[in-house]
Ligand binder design. Structure first.
Ligand SMILES: [Zn+2]
Length: 331
């Protein structure tokens, strides 16, 4: 009797609860992975992320192209030394700026590949060529429900031929046209785009740029076009600058913008810079790059990473880049 009791107790000791089984399995997998990595590195052939994922039986991270249509995401489309930002929510889209004239093919191909045939909203941050260059093409090829324009009462009215062409295309499209004003909110899928500020009185078109907040599910994105210090200062003084996960570096990462006060109010987790490789402006400038680092943001840039996508996934926010080098970083 006494013997049987003892042996039963012993047997119970080595029986694992489901929780213990899971813990031991995970520890085992980690040890196996560590061994696999160290052996792999030892012979000079470190395993790729794909191999590591395969070794531990996990699926590879989802490439941005395969994200479900109802994902909350922001796309900083690689349009060289220009700007085109696509906001996505619940299968609906908003495009903020439309690159320069040279990037028309790239921009249209990007939109077509993702099945963007309808824009809930098209925003013109300000009337410079690197933001409106392919806007007429977008209006001609994609159905646009509403267009948001800068407040042209705050600056001399633009007279360039490109601007006139865009305004003609807007009129021909039949889209509803709205002039930006603080407090406006536009729905995009299950999210919204809010106008926090709408430029300052200026003769510098950069400072017509709105300060916009896109909020959808777990994703918040702050955009301020090419707004310079006066735009940032005015928004801070009005007390409308919120914390946001993602910030598009203002004015392509120029030192005319991206002040420390502005960045400290936003506290972005990601800063995305839209600029062209070896551009003549020297964008992004060294000083704002230091400030992005100081606020602890991860910097992604279209000149090095290609198009950048930041999406809300079941594992939290995830960044994806179209260049091979960037793809690995995103993993
Ligand atoms: Zn610009």
């Amino acid at each position: 009797m006494e013997k049987r009791k003892t042996s039963r107790r012993r047997r119970r000791k080595i029986q694992l609860t489901p929780f213990q089984t899971v813990v031991f399995t995970l520890v085992g997998l980690c040890l196996a992975l560590g061994l696999y990595v160290s052996v792999g590195s030892g012979v000079g052939t470190a395993p790729t992320w794909d191999e590591i994922y395969a070794a531990v039986g996990l699926a590879e991270p989802l490439p941005a192209d395969d994200l479900p249509e109802n994902t909350d995401a922001v796309h900083f489309i690689d349009v060289g030394q220009a700007d085109a930002t696509l906001l996505q929510s619940g299968g609906e889209y908003c495009l903020v700026d439309a690159g320069d004239t040279d990037s028309e093919q790239k921009l249209m191909a990007y939109l077509e590949e993702r099945g963007v045939t309808h824009l809930k909203l098209l925003v013109m941050s300000h009337p410079h060529a690197d933001h409106i260059g392919s806007m007429a093409a977008v209006l001609e090829k994609i159905e646009v429900e509403q267009v948001l324009l800068p407040d042209f009462d705050k600056a001399p009215y633009p007279t360039t031929r490109l601007f006139e062409k865009v305004m003609d295309a807007i009129e021909a499209s039949g889209a509803v046209v709205t002039t930006a004003a603080p407090g406006q909110s536009f729905s995009v899928g299950s999210g919204s785009l809010q106008v926090l500020a709408a430029g300052v009185e200026t003769d510098n078109y950069n400072d017509l740029s709105q300060v916009l907040l896109f909020e959808s599910g777990e994703l918040t994105v702050l955009l301020s076009g090419d707004g310079e210090k006066p735009v940032e200062q005015a928004a801070l003084e009005a007390g409308v600058v919120p914390q946001a996960d993602v910030f598009k570096a203002a004015h392509h990462g120029s030192d005319t913008s991206n002040t420390m006060e502005f960045l400290q109010a936003i506290r972005p987790r990601y800063v995305a810079i839209s600029c062209g490789l070896g551009n003549s402006y020297g964008h992004p400038h060294a000083e704002p790059m230091e400030r992005f680092e100081q606020v602890g943001a991860q910097v992604l840039r279209t000149d090095q990473d290609g198009s950048v996508v930041i999406a809300a996934t079941e594992n939290g926010l995830q960044s994806y880049t179209s260049s091979a080098a960037g793809e690995k970083e995103a993993a």
